[in-house]
Structures are given as C-alpha cells and as structure tokens.
Design a protein around this ligand. Sequence first.
Ligand code: NAD
Length: 351
Amino acid sequence: MTVSLKSLIEEWEGIGVVMRYDRQTGTWIFIALHDDTLGPPTGGTRMKVYPSPALALRDAMRLGAGMTRKWAAVDLHYGGGKAVLAVPRILQGEERVGLLTRYGRLIESLRGTFGTGVDMGTTPDDMLVISQVTSYVHGVDRETGQTIDPGPFTARGVFAGIRAAVKFAYGSEDMRDRVVHVQGLGDVGGPLARMLKEGGAHLVLSDLDTRRAESLAEELGDTEAFEPHTAYAAPCDVYAPCAVGATLNAESIPELKCRVVVGSANNQLQEPEDAGRLFERGILYAPDYIVNAGGAIALGLRSRGVTSQSEIHERVDAIGASLAEILIEASAANESPVYTAERVVERRLKR
Ligand code: NAD
C-alpha cells in the first residue's frame, strides 16, 4: 500500500496538520495536531531523515496520537500533538539554527495552538534557539536561558514503573534479586541503569553502540554487556526497551526470556496483535505511554509554574501507582494491560 500525503490527511481523525516546506534547507515541516480535549496540543519536535515526506507525516500523526494518550494517562491538561522536521540530511551550524528559527516563527504564528519540546534528533540547545522567537516551548527558562533535559525524569518514571511491575509479578519491589536488561543507554537508558544499580538490581546492558554498553558495564561493575542482536535472548526478570520502537514483535516475543517488560521507548509494540502475543506468553507488559511520561510531566509542570523539584519528583514517581492500578484491573479482567490503559485514557477524554 502506498502512503501519500493526500491519503494520510483524508484518513486522519486528528484536528489537522500544519505543513510547510523550508526551501532554504529542503526540509518538510509537519505539525500534527491530534486532540485538544484536555488542553492545547503539545508534544516534542523530532528531527530525522525520512525516505519520503509522507512517511514523515505518518510518523508525526502516530506520535501526536500517542501524546493524546500520554497526557490523558498522567492527567495533565495538555492535548496530543507532535512535530516532525523531515530534513534531507543532519543539519549543523547556521543551517540548523536557520531552520529552527523559521520553525519557531511558525509555532509562534499559531499563538499557542501547539507547544513543543525535545524529541529524538533535537536537543535542549535546539529548544533554546526556538525559544528566541516563540514562548510556546517547554524545557527552557527564557529569562536565564537554562534548559531542562527530560531524560533523567523519564528514567525516574520508568524506574518507578519497573518497581511497580516487579512488585506485581514477584510480590516484592526489592530489586536486589532481580536481573534487568536495559536496551539503549542514551539519555534515558543511561540514568535508568544507574538508578537500577543503586537499587541493587543485577544488570544486563545492550546498545547498538557496543562500546557504550561495555564502558557503562565496566563503570557500574558486576554488569554484563551483550551484543545488540543476541540481547533479546538474554535471561532476565525485566526487559527495559529504551532505544527504538517496535522491538516487541512476532519474531522477538517468542525469543524473550523475561517475566516483565517496562521501558521508555515509544511504540514498543510493532502491531496491535503483539499485546496478545505477550499476554499469551505470560509476560507482563507495561504500556509505554504510561511509564515513559516522566519527562513530559516534568516539563509540563515547569511550564505551569511548578518549580519545586520534590513536587515534580512526586508526580513522576506516581507513575508507579498508576501502573499498579492498571495491572490490577488488567489481571481482574484477564486481559493485556494495553486494553486496560486504553480504557483509562478513553474515560479521561470523555470526562
Ligand atoms: P538517545 O538517542 O539518547 O539514546 C538511544 C540509545 O539507544 C543510543 O545509545 C543508541 O545507540 C541506542 N540504540 C539505537 N538503536 C538501537 C538498537 N536497535 N538496539 C540497541 N540500542 C540502540 O534516546 P533517549 O532520549 O534515551 O530515548 C530512548 C527512547 O525512549 C526513544 O525511543 C525515545 O523516543 C523514548 N523516550 C524518550 C524520552 C526522553 O525524555 N528522552 C521520553 C519519552 C520516550
């Protein structure tokens, strides 16, 4: 099936799409506004090279819909939206600043219809550039120029989710008897591995960048680093996917040797049927948007004037309790937690 801009727009159930072609850099800009039931559409800006503009728009739409679920799940008054800058190549220096400035002006022209922050391919420094021309940016203090990295907050939320899932599966949240495989050791996976180690867990690490996994394993001590292609079969209690999406699929699920899956990666299931595949294998799956919302919570609260670190941490840690509720309801209904989480979101959107 061919995907075209026309067919995507005709078939989308979201609010609408803002599109612009940046001639200077050859970049397609897509802002997918999915839902504003709970507040203004808000989501990160992804910068990436795509095979076609249509595939970039499809990504923006899919991610925008994911943001609607994420905000509803954490009960913060924002709506779903996401932006994609489909660049022809990775831009640097003045070219990058030029694109981000023009993109920032586009956001400003929407007068608050869309707010953004970092996502894959963009950095807190990029947000600082955008913040020069618009105030609708999260994670930047425009007065001091200080930026906030959402990664460690996301890691904290995933850690809370892992503890809750481990308690549900094993009856205790004590991590000392648990082996956790952290896949992807970047902005989220790196701090998560450190938190887990501090909590007493035994770690198995893997990353496409094998040197990154080996050096973190060496730094943490008593930790194994696996080659990325063999890592799925690594025996563990918890598999924490913190790299790319779609790692849970018809091929990988039969290979998994874990009891629980909790991680930060967006869109971990390749297709809806993967929820059933995990359920049939008796693997407890924590829906990604429930547990990876820590960064969104932190930046969202900061933008609403909450500066107390302890208050922000408390809200992020509450991800554990939200997940526990979903797991209990799912178990009572004898269904995958994916379906239970969808119902929670639907209830909040209808309130
Ligand atoms: P990052 O780019 O900082 O790190 C990703 C790491 O994964 C890198 O070390 C990379 O080498 C590794 N990697 C890439 N492909 C891999 C593969 N196929 N197998 C193993 N390792 C691979 O990204 P991040 O900010 O840490 O985010 C990780 C995931 O969590 C992404 O899916 C992101 O969308 C999601 N997420 C991040 C945040 C956040 O606050 N940063 C919030 C929500 C969701």
